[in-house]
Design a protein around this ligand. Structure first.
Ligand SMILES: [Zn+2]
Length: 422
């Protein structure tokens, strides 16, 4: 599993001589000659990356050492890919730059769009961003009147939290025979049930506060879903509930839990994305908390206004980036309008803004085909506030204040749940 700190580390990383390697390995199903093909593919990708490095090193003249260390990284990745053969269960991501003594490997769910190898100044984070949106950090609670179980769902892995299973005391359950003491026992059972619900509700509040997960899903018996339990939930906890599914606490299988949770999450995420698109377009129309189009979105990012960023699934656009202050500009100007230094071309601005988005904890959705969104340029942002906009307030992204509300938020990948839509 990859944590929020680790993603931030990747987003912060920069190599001036553009020798930062990102390798994403997506295994093919373990049949026929596929394994061999995986290794050949990686070799081809490494050869291609080497060729790019060579031509760049020739044109720039210096950076000979860097070039050699990038070659060593590529060799190591090719060797690693041989070992990965037949490892059908997991995908893998490697981020490397041995010139800066940097090498990180992460196992990922085998749901990448493909195997890729890229060399650039920053790490290539879009596949990771998309994956983290598909696999958020979720809590799943199964509950009935007597028992409760809690699961974590992170990057496709379902884990049960030990020590949470909460059986009602024997006394409470067993003594309810009619007649002598019957009424008393019933009251006692009701009381213990209430305490049980309260305990679970309090636990959930605590877990959300501590960032154990960011959203949760409830599994309970459909016929008598425990309204008493929901009545005990703190409003803030109730608000984080994504949905419910029918579950028998002790008998439901892991696979059932997993598929129910994924279905509920996907639906919630698609709903949220659609709402964000509508709201942003509407706000932009009224010159309020929304902007559309690359130029305005970049400007709002640099002003630190963006709360939610919406990018078309296959959006690609060019921009230039200042070699000095990092300012990104949709106009392909040769010199930075902020600091006057030379700019360089950015082939895919959607990729170039990802490190910023991650560093500033901006919610991100990749919007699937949507004609209305297409009309406004396939890129838009919902703003936290809208500052007085004028052409003099351009500034470098390095000066942008971080989102202050986030320091106490979740420390795990859950923060990036927004990074993909369904
Ligand atoms: Zn600049």
């Amino acid at each position: 599993m990859i944590t929020r700190e680790q993603i931030h580390e990747l987003a912060e990383f920069e190599d001036q001589s553009a020798c930062a390697l990102s390798f994403y390995f997506q295994p093919t199903p373990p049949r026929n000659k596929a394994h061999k093909e995986e290794a050949i593919l990686t070799k081809d990708l490494a050869r291609e990356a080497m060729r790019q490095l060579e031509s760049r090193s020739k044109s720039s003249g210096n950076h000979k050492d860097k070039f050699e260390s990038a070659r060593a990284d590529l060799d190591r990745i090719v060797r690693l890919s041989q070992d990965l053969r037949g490892n059908g269960a997991h995908a893998k991501a490697v981020f490397a730059c041995s010139a800066q003594n940097f090498w990180r490997e992460y196992d990922l769910p085998a749901q990448l769009t493909g195997t890729q190898l890229l060399v650039n100044r920053h790490f290539h984070l879009k596949p990771l961003a998309q994956l983290l949106g598909v696999f958020p950090s979720l809590g799943i609670v199964l509950i009935d009147r007597h028992r409760a179980r809690l699961f974590d769902l992170r990057l496709g892995e379902l884990t049960e939290r030990e020590g949470f299973f909460h059986p009602l005391t024997r006394r409470g359950r067993g003594d309810g025979f009619a007649g002598y003491d019957g009424g008393h026992a019933e009251r006692r059972v009701a009381d213990e049930t209430r305490q049980h619900f309260k305990f679970v509700a309090d636990f959930l509040k605590d877990a959300l506060d501590k960032g154990m997960f960011e959203k949760w899903i409830l599994g309970c018996q459909e016929t008598h879903s425990p309204p008493q339990f929901e009545a005990q939930l703190h409003p803030y906890v109730a608000q984080k509930l994504l949905g419910k599914f029918p579950a028998e606490v002790t008998h439901i299988s892991r696979q059932q839990i997993l598929s129910q949770a994924e279905r509920i999450f996907t639906e919630a995420q698609e709903r949220r994305c659609r709402e964000a698109v509508r709201e942003t377009i509407n706000q932009a129309r009224h010159q309020a908390r929304g902007v559309t189009g690359l130029r305005r979105v970049l400007n709002s990012l640099e002003l630190g206004e963006v709360q939610t960023l919406l990018v078309g699934q296959s959006y690609r656009a060019q921009a230039v980036e200042c070699s000095g202050c990092g300012h990104l500009d949709a106009h392909l100007v040769s010199f930075c309008p902020v600091c006057g230094r030379e700019t360089r071309e950015v082939v895919d601005v959607g990729e170039a803004i990802l490190p910023w988005v991650i560093r500033h904890d901006i919610e991100l959705f990749y919007v699937k085909e949507d004609p209305e969104f297409d009309k406004v340029g396939n890129i838009a942002a919902l703003l936290r506030f809208r500052s007085e906009q004028n052409s003099n307030n351009l500034r470098s992204i390095a000066d942008v204040p971080r989102n202050p509300s986030l320091s106490r938020r979740t420390r795990l990948v859950g923060r990036y749940r927004g990074l993909a839509s369904g």
